[in-house]
Design a protein around this ligand. Structure first.
Ligand code: ADP
Length: 486
């Protein structure tokens, strides 16, 4: 039996802001329980749902470095043990993340607290699997500050990058202060890029927590094969291509899966009409009408319906959508949006839904239940992201027989097979050049297929629903990686 500890800043069902939480919530459950005892450790946010906070049991508490309180509480959910690092001062507030400046200190504390707690919780991991920059200092502390302690010797580490855009970056002076790491960690090639402007004082050089995780871990993974290649190039690496190229023999992409029990149109309690491949056409129509009702659109099960469920940020390709809104509204279609994020995009969707109230409708906010109905009720699902490490929404859309229209990049390229009318193959539509006109061209093509070649559309929707995007294949790849490490 191998002990694996996941370290992350979010995890379904406790706290979620994006796909990271889905992955940390579902991968441990899908690993072979006979071979791996997988546990998860998270910050104990004040904003966590009350029903989970009530179930927490105290495991231990202590003063880290004789000055900062660390409490460890735990609960068992679905057979997995979850630990929570408790410090009310750091993890108070209505949201898991604040501004970057304070988050650096909060997650440096979290990473060190995780390691400090290990000798006290009765669980010594063989492998620590750290996720994203918020946990990236775990391999760094382990191989520096904690190295001398025999308890930690031989523990292997994996750093998984879910989105390289977020790195935990500030100047050396501040990061040295919040992390307490030795100065060797801030030499070029460690947390600091080898390409530094040496005329600047050392304290002002840029240092990056994620870079540290990549340098100090045994293996680096990311969430699709294409993205693993892309982040080794300057265009996609946000300044980390040098280190990723250097570590390319220890870098691999493993595509994410989805929780097929939660995302199952046959049993989903949040949708109006359950359906499977046999009755999906009529099932989807009933869900579409319910969706139109909830969004205040005219009720019509036959209108071609596009949807977006997304963080509303630059990454998600919403500037392309902005460029074609008027064009879209000229068609006999619906565009249904659920999301929150940058004001620019929130206001853009508010504006167009007021301008075209019978065709475009948006809900600004986060609503898990409504998202289920959208996946079930739309015909096609838009993911035109500028970059996309893996992307989960297109996988969920496939499972619900809603055909994704995607930019051919990262995980979108690896998971959506473009429609090929000659071979009768494909599970969606994709465009190569990042432009509004290419996106519009694919939407037009999909609309034509939906209306004028409906038999082909139905065949494609069935193919999409039959694909297996559960964790079955990907969890095996993680297991192979764990086995290769110890
Ligand atoms: P990212 O992690 O970049 O936000 P992903 O596609 O990997 O994007 O994962 C997004 C997840 O968050 C999906 O499960 C999606 O359904 C969900 N989601 C995004 N925005 C919302 C929202 N406003 N309401 C409900 N669920 C949302």
């Amino acid at each position: 039996m191998k002990n694996i500890l996941f370290v992350a800043s979010e995890c379904v069902p406790f706290v979620k802001t994006g796909g990271l939480a889905d992955v940390v919530g579902s991968l441990p459950k899908n690993l072979d329980k006979k071979k791996y005892d997988t546990r998860v450790i998270l910050p104990q946010y004040e904003c966590m749902k009350e029903k989970y906070k009530e179930r927490l049991k105290s495991v231990c508490y202590f003063q880290m470095d004789n000055r900062i309180y660390v409490g460890i509480n735990s609960l068992v959910e679905d057979g997995i043990t979850y630990y929570f690092v408790d410090n009310k001062q750091y993890f108070c507030g209505a949201k898991p993340y604040f501004d970057l400046f304070s988050d650096l200190e909060r997650f440096a504390y979290f990473s060190k607290a995780v390691l400090s707690a290990l000798p006290l919780i009765g669980f010594r991991p063989d492998i620590i699997h750290a996720h994203d920059w918020q946990a990236a200092l775990v391999p760094v502390y382990l191989n520096t500050v904690f190295q001398g302690d025999p308890f930690f010797r031989g523990i292997r580490t994996i750093m998984t990058i879910h989105n390289i855009r977020f790195q935990g970056c500030w100047n050396v002076g501040h990061l040295r202060w919040v992390t307490g790491l030795p100065s060797e960690c801030f030499q070029p090639g460690k947390l600091v890029s080898p390409y530094q402007d040496t005329s600047m004082p050392w304290d002002e050089w840029n240092a990056t927590m994620l870079r540290g995780g990549i340098v100090y871990s045994d293996w680096v993974t990311t969430v699709s094969e294409s993205y693993a290649g892309e982040i080794q190039t300057p265009a996609f690496s946000d300044g980390l291509d040098d280190i990723l190229k250097w570590r390319k023999d220890r870098l691999m992409g493993i595509v994410n899966g989805i929780d097929c029990e939660v995302w199952n149109p046959k049993t989903d309690p949040h949708i109006k009409k359950n359906y499977d491949t046999r009755n999906f056409w009529n099932g989807k129509k009933e869900n579409k009408i319910e969706l139109q009702k909830r969004y205040g659109l005219p009720e019509n099960g036959d209108v071609y319906t596009l949807a977006i469920v997304s963080r509303l940020t630059d990454q998600k390709g919403l500037d392309l959508i902005d460029g074609i809104m008027d064009e879209l509204a000229r068609k006999d279609i619906n565009l249904i949006v659920l999301g929150s994020g940058d004001e620019r995009y929130e206001n853009m969707f508010r504006y167009y839904s007021r301008k075209y109230p019978d065709k475009i409708a948006c809900r600004i906010g986060y609503d898990e239940e409504l998202s289920h109905l959208i996946y079930a009720g739309c015909d096609a699902f838009l993911v035109p992201s500028a970059f996309e490490p893996c992307g989960l929404t297109q996988l969920i859309a496939l499972r619900y027989g809603s055909l994704p229209i995607v930019h051919e990049i990262g995980g979108l390229k690896d998971t959506v097979k473009p429609y090929n009318q000659y071979e009768g193959s494909g599970t969606g539509f994709s465009f190569k050049g990042y432009s509004s006109s290419e996106l519009l061209d694919r939407i037009n093509h999909s609309e034509w297929l939906y209306r004028d070649n409906n038999t082909e559309w139905k065949a494609m929707a069935k193919r999409a629903m039959k694909e297996d995007w559960s964790w079955t294949n990907s969890s095996k790849k993680y297991e192979e990686l764990y086995d290769s490490l110890c």
